[in-house]
Design a protein around this ligand. Sequence first.
Ligand code: DGT
Ligand code: MG
Ligand code: MG
Ligand code: MG
Ligand code: MG
Length: 290
Amino acid sequence: MANSKYEYVKLFEQPDQLLPNTWVVVRIDGRGFTKFANKYNFEKPNDKRALDLMNAAARQVLIELPDITIAYGVSDEYSFVLHKTCTLFERRASKLVSTVVSTFTAYYIFLWSTYFPETPLTAPLPSFDSRAVCYPSLQNLRDYMSWRQVDCHINNLYNTTFWALIQLGGMSSTEAGEKLSVSLRSNGNGFSKDKNELLYSQFSINYNNEPEIYKKGSVVSRDYELVEPGTHNTASEGESMAELAAQPQSKTQAENDGKRRTKARVVIEHLDIIRDDFWDRRPWLLSNKP
Ligand code: DGT
Ligand code: MG
Ligand code: MG
Ligand code: MG
Ligand code: MG
């Protein structure tokens, strides 16, 4: 760019690089989706079409941004994980956050008619907010992912019971809310056992038989050959920063890794990501060796 007297304004741009050697999670969340879900008559408590659309948009984000290793989605939110060694966009926060959220939103709108063929989108169009958070240790990252999945479980069990009381039990939403808060208060422990029992005794619903996508949320990742359980050590976090600095990855190695990532199929699954097993069987997620 040619020098001009105006160029000094560049000095106002502040650096916003994310802390190096930390796991980055970019989480997007639907803006005002309570209202949005009502406008398009999303089924309560779960609308399979809406969840499939979220998953399809997230899958496209992983395809377009091969640096993302795994994503986890529930309700109107999605968390995208970048490996701690990732240097995409020099780890600039606003560049990462805005690229992920705009790619996601673009595909959400583009794919809408595939999942809602009878309901055209009208303004105001759906939008999403986005933030990036750095997690310094693998334990912090695993705890973050577990937090989201536990949230999914707690909310889904509550919502399934709440809507059963209304749709099958004929209660008003106030009555259903009261019933659930009373049953919570009357029982010091086993809140979820309480709701499981209520679902079974009153409505013959076995919560365990509810669809996995509702109970566990959705995991998007690249599909390589799974490793046999017990042959890999969960503690491994891949190479340390010092090791990486000592032996910079060769250009061909980086190119090969990139090619492998681009070629891999991006799959959507509904699995337990809290236990070690999921991570043990997919060592590439934590080692960043595709
Ligand atoms: P925000 O995120 O602060 O702009 O506000 P909301 O309204 O998006 O609130 P949030 O993100 O805490 O909660 C997500 C809302 O989206 C919640 O009210 C339920 C709704 N929602 C998400 N998925 C479904 C679905 O499959 N069916 C129905 N009926 N509602 C859904
Ligand atoms: Mg919110
Ligand atoms: Mg929201
Ligand atoms: Mg939300
Ligand atoms: Mg540009």
